[in-house]
Design a protein around this ligand. Structure first.
Ligand code: KG4
Ligand code: ZN
Length: 341
């Protein structure tokens, strides 16, 4: 009989201190997240120095709680997995240093995990039938990638953003219309009351990179629209701005995903990252995939935004493939997907 593999996973790349215990890459025994959102809200975005300090304060408690909820002790764990990049260097360092100390002290293997690999692997948690190959659209606050997942741990980046990430554009537009941080969920909420066809915001087409994205032109168009209205002393319907902006982001994301599905004749596609919890984007991607007989997968919102369960899922596949890191593992803020340190 195959023995269960239990991974204790730690994530601290941005503003959530998170720990989880995941069995065999797919079964979440615990998933503890301590969010710093309330703290960063005051400043309209994540303040790296504050994030690092909060991670230090919380990490012990979060990891202890994750083991407790999983009803496990450290000796019962097979390996410690930790996000070591990309992300904020000070924030990453807290998780990496803690994971190294824990693994060293308990005599357990250490597995460094790429944050994006974690987001992609979040799809494995609730879809036991999902296995590579598939196409994954990774859309978060820091990343917008279209990735071909050839196998576990084998990724080919087809395209990525040339400027802002999709989530970053949501956050900036939210700030411009006075919604505050984090912008994504607030824009989505307000957009429900607006008309997505009200304002013809641009959809960037990049002739020399069919799978690449660009959101800075869209963001500028929204800012120009707001400034123009203000100068003319015209009233702006913020819900229409939110809905039209969201529709433009959705159109571009789905268009590139579908281009990939058609070109590579893909039968399975997925979405991951914070922006993947957006219902409009999900529904549009799902409908477009269904029309092409492509099965579409997405994680529950709790596994879309940063969490450690996704790191446990990715960590499991790295672990069984033999990935091991030693005590020299360091935080790599600009770690590329598929690159190993
Ligand atoms: O994956 P994540 O938690 O962190 C990064 O790795 O970046 O993503 C956070 C991003 C933020 O930019 C947030 O505004 C966006 O995801 N987001 C959303 C929604 N929920 C979170 N964007 C659009 N619609 C949402 N419902
Ligand atoms: Zn993330």
């Amino acid at each position: 009989m195959k023995q269960d593999i239990n991974i204790l996973a730690i994530e601290s790349s941005c503003d959530e201190t998170a720990a989880a215990v995941v069995r065999n890459g797919r079964q979440v025994l615990s998933n503890v997240i301590s969010s710093q959102i309330e703290l960063h809200k005051l400043y309209g975005g994540v303040v790296p120095e504050i994030a690092s300090r909060k991670h230090i304060e919380k990490i012990n408690q979060v990891v202890t709680e994750a083991l407790k909820q999983a009803e496990m002790t450290l000796p019962q764990i097979d390996a410690v997995a930790v996000t070591y990049g990309p992300g904020l260097v000070g924030a990453l360092l807290v998780g990496v240093a803690f994971a190294k100390a824990l693994a060293f002290g308990a005599g357990k293997p250490l597995v460094g995990v790429h944050h994006i690999e974690g987001h992609i692997s979040a799809n494995y948690i609730e879809h036991p039938e999902l296995e590579p190959p598939f196409l994954c659209l990774v859309v978060s606050g820091g990343h917008t990638h279209l990735v071909k997942v050839a196998d576990y741990g084998a990724y080919e980046i087809l395209g990525q953003t040339r400027d802002d990430a999709a989530g970053e554009a949501f956050d900036k537009v939210a700030r411009a219309i006075g919604l505050g941080y984090p912008g994504g969920p607030k824009v989505e909420m307000l957009a429900k009351e607006g008309n997505p066809q009200a304002i013809p915001f641009p959809r960037a087409k990049l002739e020399d990179g069919p799978y690449d994205f660009s959101f800075s032109g869209l963001k500028s168009a929204v800012l120009n629209y707001l400034n123009g209205a203000q100068m003319r002393e015209e009233q702006v319907c913020r819900a229409d701005v939110a809905a039209s902006f969201q529709q433009a982001v959705s159109d571009v994301l789905v268009q590139n995903l579908i281009r990939g599905v058609e070109t590579f004749q893909i039968q399975k596609a997925a979405i991951a990252g914070g922006v993947a919890s957006n219902q409009t984007i999900r529904k549009a991607a799902e409908a477009a995939c269904r029309e092409r007989n492509c099965q579409f997968y997405y994680p529950s919102p709790i596994y879309c935004t940063d969490n450690a369960a996704m790191i446990g899922a990715a960590g499991y596949y790295e672990y069984i493939a033999g990935t091991r890191h030693d005590w020299s593992l360091n935080a790599v803020p600009n770690l590329k997907l598929g690159e190993r340190q």
